[in-house]
Design a binder for this molecule. Structure first.
Ligand code: ADP
Ligand code: MG
Length: 674
């Protein structure tokens, strides 16, 4: 009998190099493998190594920067080797562990491996660690590169807690192999030659170099995708957009347009008889994601509308046309504002080439860029800046410190972050009492590192726990760790209905505090007889809430474990609402703002940035009644918006605010260098 999966995997470019690859891993402790996206690195190499007996002493761990990639790839491999997911092949991502005693091939996010190193610095359970998608240069992968180099290139260190050597394989789509090789002591580079076909690229006219505001790109990609559908020959379309809400909007618009087609007259290629529109983004249900990979029925053209995840992490076969919006959503640390900001920015030229390349895997393809040549020249940087050079380092610096890396400035970074970013992270850790004046991790810091949350949120949670009111903060932390609780329908009438329900929920929780609304939604749904129906009725994403329930349980377990240790205890007498908000202040005093004029607030962290309450907040349009507030995060569109907001009193933050200024960062960093 023919097994179609086996036939397919034998056709992948990597297949011919199977024997040599195994040998190369046997011969080298560090090895770099590069090859075009889709050559079979992620799905095949772990299987080759498994079959060659590399799992006899330990597991094979493969890291992915994106959680969806870790999950989908594990599903695929489990299917190829015909095992139940979670048995021999499994995955682990933050708050979702699908592995068992039997798991020998484990896909995971880079963040998960970092946590494992914290618990077991010698990675004693593993025989092979594969760092995958290294070209993405995610913050955690970069830190892992440095740690693996530090631990396993030192023979004495490497022997600690291990009875057999660890193999480290670094995989990357293209890119900087020389730099990587010299980073790992000139280790060998194995290149998998790929076949690629030419892709012709055309520039559009909709987005020019002055359009960095990026508002019109959804409509434009829809128009271009639709034109391809009606005028180009058969072949699937891949549209690159920025995030979930834009993708859902684009899919709705495309669907409306596609409904109006008369296939007898409007479509150039008469073999094309329909359009199948599929969204693809990080937080979507995995059963829906599976459809993405399936070939469409005969006569149907598939159109996938995706985030950057489809650029290298996941390979979709059959794509002939690319529509490139030219934008990506990125978390950037803005040192002028002093905050991490989620913003839509132009992609780099190398990213644009990577996107275009997705059309040329199996035959010649076409890429339609919706921006013009001037935008390309003036707005798009040559390369994407590695995350380590543009996001807040607070959490990873704490992890490094807890791993005994005191000199965080001279850690072996592949690309060094700017020193002021490191200093800022140290300062924040000091403000959260996670490190002391000499830069050493405090008892609180040791507790904080155990939570896979933003350090501020962890700080608030620990404060609540020490006061015995963790039940207020655990649900909030869980709700802030999952995406999109509130459904925001595109249709104006439905939107009004949803907004009404949402403000009723906010009012029910006492009003004027978005954190309390989150808590209340969590509790109301949890205590409801039919939680899914309750969600539907209140325009809440049931799937997101279900994950919030699971996250809350996991956070509670971590807390219970820590409370067995030496755990701080404090007392407070005051009412519950004040207690709740005071706990929040402990974690969010770095995000304090005060109203200046009208609806404008000014941040109090020394940057004095002007911010506005986001329309999704229950405090929106109530600004006149507010004075001091704290907020969870920042979004930049036409303005700097703050989301998830809560009013506080000056007395509560008064004693905390001086902490923002008292610390001498140079003292902290000098100690770091000692
Ligand atoms: P690389 O890591 O080199 O980019 P992959 O191992 O991810 O390559 O992909 C190899 C092949 O497996 C591709 O043709 C891809 O389309 C296919 N593939 C990967 N995941 C799935 C999946 N979940 N369903 C169907 N095909 C898949
Ligand atoms: Mg891959």
């Amino acid at each position: 009998m023919h097994n179609p999966e086996v036939v397919i995997s034998k056709q992948l470019p990597i297949y011919q190099h199977k024997t040599k690859l195994r040998q190369a891993v046997r011969d080298n402790d560090f090895l770099i493998i590069t090859g075009e996206t889709g050559s079979g690195k992620t799905t095949q190499l772990p299987q080759y190594l498994h079959r060659a007996g590399f799992c006899k002493k330990g597991k094979i761990g493969i890291t992915q920067p994106r959680r969806v990639a870790a999950i989908t790839v594990a599903q695929r491999v489990a299917q190829e080797v015909k095992c139940t997911l979670g048995r021999e092949v499994g995955y682990q991502v933050r708050f979702d562990d699908c592995t068992s005693q039997d798991t020998v091939v484990k896909y995971m996010t880079d963040g998960c491996l970092l946590r494992e190193i914290l618990a077991d610095p010698g990675l004693s359970q593993y025989s092979v660690i594969i760092l995958d998608e290294v070209h993405e240069r995610s913050l955690n992968t970069d830190i892992l590169l440095g740690l693996l180099k530090k631990i396993f290139s030192n023979p004495d260190e490497a022997k600690k807690g291990r009875s057999f050597p660890l193999k480290v394989v670094v995989m990357s789509a293209t890119l900087e192999t020389e730099k990587l090789s010299s980073f790992f002591g000139n280790c060998p580079v194995f290149t998998i030659p790929g076949r690629t076909f030419p892709v012709s690229c055309t520039f559009g006219s909709a987005i020019g170099h002055k359009d960095t505001e990026s508002s019109g790109y959804v409509k434009e990609v829809v128009k271009v995708a639709f034109d391809i559908h009606t005028s180009e020959m058969a072949g699937d379309i891949l549209v690159f957009l920025t995030g979930q809400s834009e993708i859902e909007r684009a899919c709705d618009l495309l669907f409306e347009k596609a409904e109006s087609i008369d296939y007898r007259y409007d479509v150039h290629d008469q073999t094309v008889e329909g359009l199948l529109i599929l969204p693809l983004y990080g937080s979507m249900p995995t059963d829906q994601q599976r459809q993405i990979f399936q070939p469409p029925p005969p006569g149907i053209r598939k159109c996938v509308v995706a985030t950057n995840i489809a650029a290298t992490s996941l390979t979709i076969n059959g794509i002939k046309y690319i529509v490139d919006s030219g934008f990506v959503k990125q978390l950037n640390h803005n040192s002028r504002v002093g905050l991490d900001i989620l913003e839509v920015v132009p992609i780099s030229k190398s990213e644009a080439q990577q996107r275009a390349g997705r059309a040329g895997r199996t035959s010649a393809g076409k890429c339609f860029r919706i921006y013009n040549k001037e935008f390309w020249e003036k707005c798009m940087p040559e390369y994407t800046i590695p995350e380590i050079q543009r996001t807040s380092l607070t959490a990873v610096i704490l992890t490094l410190k807890c791993l005994g890396v005191h000199d965080v400035i001279r850690f072996p970074y592949l690309d060094c972050p700017e020193e002021r970013f490191i200093l800022e992270a140290l300062k924040q850790l000091y403000q959260f009492d996670a490190i002391d004046r000499r830069g050493r991790v405090t008892q609180l810091g040791e507790l904080m590192v155990e939570f896979p949350l933003h350090p501020g949120l962890t700080r608030a949670l620990l404060k609540a726990a020490s006061l015995g009111c963790q039940d207020l903060l655990l649900p909030v932390a869980a709700m802030l760790s999952v995406e999109n609780i509130f459904i925001r329908p595109g249709h104006p009438d439905k939107q009004k209905e949803a907004e009404k329900k949402h403000s009723a929920l906010a009012a029910k929780s006492g009003g004027m505090n978005d954190f309390a609304t989150l808590l209340s939604v969590f509790q109301l749904c949890k205590s409801s007889d039919k939680p899914s129906a309750w969600c539907k009725d209140h325009w809440i994403h049931w799937r997101a809430l279900k994950s919030a329930f699971s996250v809350e349980t996991q956070l509670r377990d971590i807390l219970l474990r820590l409370q067995q240790r030496d755990f701080p205890v404090e007392v407070f007498d005051g009412n519950k609402s004040e207690l709740f908000r005071r706990c929040l202040c402990t974690g969010y005093f770095t995000n304090v703002a005060r109203r200046s004029v009208g609806k404008v607030f000014c941040t109090m962290d020394g940057h004095g940035s002007m911010v506005h309450v986001h329309p999704s907040s229950s405090l929106f349009d109530q600004e006149a009644e507010l004075d001091w507030i704290i907020f969870h995060d920042v979004l930049v569109t036409s303005r700097v918006y703050i989301r998830t907001v809560c009013p506080v009193r000056y007395e509560w933050v008064k004693d905390l605010l001086p902490k923002l200024h008292e610390v001498d960062v140079y003292e902290l960093s000098n100690v770091a260098r000692e």
